[in-house]
Design a protein around this ligand. Structure first.
Ligand code: HEC
Length: 213
């Protein structure tokens, strides 16, 4: 469900940006065409705005706690850009600078969205433990890694399902396939290859296998 919302949201944002970009270009190049374009785009724009906010609100309720702060900043940027855009495109006294500023804000908001997905990957390397050290227990170490990096979405028992996280108790994946997803990420789940060492990833995969029911 979250993943469907996320994909819809992204597609809608791209459409929105294309329309907005076209309008901004026309504002500079040809006002008559802009007027025609604005008329034609009116209904699609309304549908897009509705989907944009609808999917955003839906995602908010399913989002992991750490993602919410950046989400709020994004919402702020988008909310500020709306009046700027409205003034920017006002018929008789259009203001090109404001129209461009609104677009920059919207693009910045979506840069932030991408960053927030990757920022999970900015925490310190968890590979404190040397897998060749005496007494190293992969599953035990995996549990530590899991409680630090994974519980926010998957929950302590693997079944929480925040941000569309798959239920790890019911997963059909082999350990190798799990390792691949943990390493490279998938949809709302960030890649962990820059956060965790290979040994950490193996260990956490081994731990998640113990959650299977
Ligand atoms: C931001 C939330 C989030 C965090 C944090 C997160 N995951 Fe995920 N995880 C997901 C989502 C969403 C999916 C489903 C991806 C898909 O298939 O669309 C998923 C899928 C998985 C899968 C595949 C399950 C299956 O049956 O397809 C595994 C394994 C997994 N996560 C392990 C982990 C581990 C280990 C960590 C910590 C290192 C972690 N996840 C952290 C969101 C998260």
């Amino acid at each position: 469900m979250y993943t469907a919302l996320l994909h819809t949201h992204k597609a809608v944002v791209i459409l929105f940006l294309i329309i907005y970009l076209a309008k901004t270009v026309l504002l500079f190049v040809n006002k008559e065409t802009l007027a025609k374009f604005t008329k034609i785009a009116k209904i699609p724009e309304m549908i897009i705005s509705f989907l944009f906010f609808g999917t955003g609100v839906g995602m908010w309720f399913m989002m992991a706690e750490p993602a919410k702060m950046l989400f709020l900043i994004k919402v702020g940027a988008v909310l500020i850009s709306i009046p700027l855009a409205v003034i920017g495109f006002k018929k008789d006294k259009e203001n090109k600078a404001l129209a461009v500023l609104a677009m920059v804000l919207i693009i910045a908001a979506y840069g932030l969205a991408e960053m927030s997905r990757r920022s999970v990957a900015k925490q310190d390397l968890a590979g404190i433990t040397d897998p060749t050290a005496q007494g190293y227990e992969a599953v035990e170490h995996g549990k530590e890694v899991y409680s630090k990096y994974c519980v926010s979405c998957h929950g302590a028992d693997g079944a929480l399902g925040v941000s569309g996280a798959k239920n790890l108790q019911l997963t059909q994946l082999s350990t190798a396939e799990s390792i691949d997803i943990i390493t490279n990420g998938k949809n709302a789940m960030a890649p962990y290859k820059k956060v965790l060492s290979e040994a950490d990833i193996k260990a956490v995969a081994a731990y998640t296998a113990t959650l299977k029911k």
